[in-house]
Ligand binder design. Structure first.
Ligand code: AMP
Length: 281
């Protein structure tokens, strides 16, 4: 499997793919790969001639240095997981290679959607995400790029980034892959102790409760019941909101479709999850 570390190597590779009229799929990741990442890669492999997976822990999107320090890094295990896929190549640059001083970049205004939920609770996070994805899109110029709905708000921001900078890439949102008990797969799950792992499932239990009671009981009552499940398990809720899937504004009443979004600390580890909920009314 080809593993590139420099922009120059990617530039040459991309020119070659374009000359051969290959359809390029792109899956950006921060490594510590799990089945959630692999589902994106597998879908990309089906829909493209060649797939580039980037592995880069992006310091610009971490608003807490302790979180950046403790983020799992396991490049050789990641490469081993992808090794059997014949049409996959890897880009694993270092920070200097990702952000060379000479690359032009004018930040995109994030707008309202970037200021809510994660935007409000992790200042600077989406600015960092947009910066790295801008550079990756500009360098790789894929036909299709794959992102998880697990990061629901990020997916919305990537769609607006694609429009704002005029990349013209087909942005594909992929379903959230879960452990058998419902916990959304995440690289951060590796940092949970045995007990924390048991308690972390309360997040998916809470959002499933919201999905099941959507439109049936008063919205505030349902939110309270969901909060209770998470707090009883010993997690500290950062936010738990039911929002409009397009504007991400809080819903005060049930509507046809909403998304419940949760961020909670399980010990030191901050986990996020979300679920689309359709009202039965
Ligand atoms: P990350 O490495 O956490 O930056 O994630 C890289 C990509 O994988 C992002 O588009 C995530 O939304 C996606 N992803 C992470 N976890 C999951 C999951 N459990 N199911 C599906 N996609 C995921």
């Amino acid at each position: 499997m080809q593993t590139f570390v420099t922009r120059e190597e990617i530039f040459i590779w991309r020119e070659q793919q374009q000359a051969e009229q290959k359809q390029i799929g792109f899956v950006p990741t921060m490594g510590a790969l799990h089945q959630g990442h692999l589902s994106l890669v597998e879908q990309a492999c089906k829909e493209n001639d060649i797939v580039l997976v980037s592995i880069f822990v992006n310091p610009k999107q971490f608003n807490q240095s302790a979180d950046l320090q403790s983020y799992p890094r396991m490049l050789s295990a990641d490469l081993a997981l992808l090794h059997h896929l014949s049409n996959v190549v890897i880009f694993a640059p270092d920070e200097h290679e990702m952000y060379p001083a000479h690359i032009p970049y004018s930040p995109m205004p994030l707008g309202k959607i970037g200021q809510l939920l994660e935007g409000a609770h992790r200042p600077g996070h989406f600015e960092g995400v947009v910066h790295v994805v801008h550079h990756l899109f500009a360098l790789i110029q894929p036909h299709r790029a794959y992102f998880g709905q697990k990061d629901f708000q990020q997916l919305a921001i990537i769609r607006s980034l694609n429009e704002y900078y005029g990349f013209g890439i087909n942005i594909i949102g992929c379903e959230t892959i879960r452990e058998s008990d419902g916990l959304a797969m995440s690289s951060r799950n590796l940092r949970l102790t045995h007990d924390q792992r048991q308690n972390a499932v309360s997040i998916s239990k809470a959002i499933t409760l919201i999905k099941n009671r959507c439109g049936l009981d008063p919205i505030e009552e349902v939110k309270q019941a969901a909060r209770y499940i998470i707090e009883q398990a010993g997690l500290a809720i950062d936010y738990l909101e039911i929002v409009d899937p397009t504007t991400l504004e809080k819903c005060t009443e049930w509507q046809q479709l909403q998304v419940c979004c949760v961020a909670a600390f399980c010990g030191e580890v901050r986990l996020i999850d979300n679920m689309l909920c359709e009202s039965v009314l």
